[in-house]
Design a protein around this ligand. Sequence first.
Ligand code: TRP
Length: 375
Amino acid sequence: MTQTPEPTAPTKAEEALAGATSGASLARSMARSTEIEADLDVNPGRYRMLTGVRPTGNMHLGHYFGTMHSWAKIQDRGVDTWILVADYQVITDRDGVGPIRERVLSLVADSLAVGVDPERSTIFAHSAVPEENQLMLPFLSLVTESELHRNPTVKSELEATDGRAMTGLMLTYPVHQAADILFCQANLVPVGKDQLPHLEQARLIAQRFDKRYGRAVKEHPVFRRPEALLSEAPLLLGLDGEKMSKSRHNTIELRMSADETAKALKKAKTDSERVITYDPVGRPEVANLLTLASLCGAGTPEEIAERIGDGGAGTLKKVTTEAVNEFFAPIRARRAELAANEDYLLQVLHTGNERARAVASQTLDAVRTAMHMDY
Ligand code: TRP
């Protein structure tokens, strides 16, 4: 039986992982992603898309323009769309999960509000799918400790925790994420470039599983090989010009009212130059508001700047507020309606959990068969 080597120096696979975001490998992923993008319209039925989100708080405009806006678009092209509320992943990097139940339901409401249709798409939570989580055990046997220590996503997650000691779950979170993708036989995962290594890890685990246990299942491998749909997410900064994140209190949340949005934008950092110009390098905060207004349909950033002219930061904020409020009004109205109906949100989640469990138990059965553990 093939054994995964216990490496001292980086193996080829580890180099592939580390290199997933650079050079030739990145170019290959990008080319493949473009190919898939074109094929989605021709053969949407070939794909199952999975995306995951940590329920760490209310979703904000960075999430929306980063990923959420694409969910309904992919679903509406006829792709089987799965959205994972990654509740177990929250405990990888923090002690407290906060008001987790509320946050999970809030994420369900956000997903539905941006157009995810629970009839066609599946929204489910980690903690509700034991068969998925059981895959962690065989999967952990297919990765080495040194490989995990060198995993670029583990490294960057660790940096984000401000030097706190690494938990076992943090170290193994790429394996858990591989289980997320592989259990439901997803073959398409929308990711930013920085997340390519975790997809590569999932592919490696699928390959190694089939290599080690494949004798029983030669005709068709147990796992599909997931591929990346690379998103060109525009980088939105927070209102203070730093990275947008809830903990910095520099976000505009999807659920905010028009007034709250106006208030938040009034406090946004700008500069004292009266003439508004789009200069992302020299005037990042001003450029960021122009980008936001542009994303909300107010024209290109340059056009908006031109229109504002010497109107100064006050006009810029007013224009941005109007654009954001107009763009999000229907989403917010729908969200408010959904949020008031907890029974419905729970029902959507329960249905999704059941679908996820059905697929997960089929996959686990195939895994048991391949491992000769089907007693
Ligand atoms: N790690 C992702 C995040 O940063 C969430 C996630 C969990 C995920 N499992 C996934 C993303 C599977 C894509 C595929 O929030």
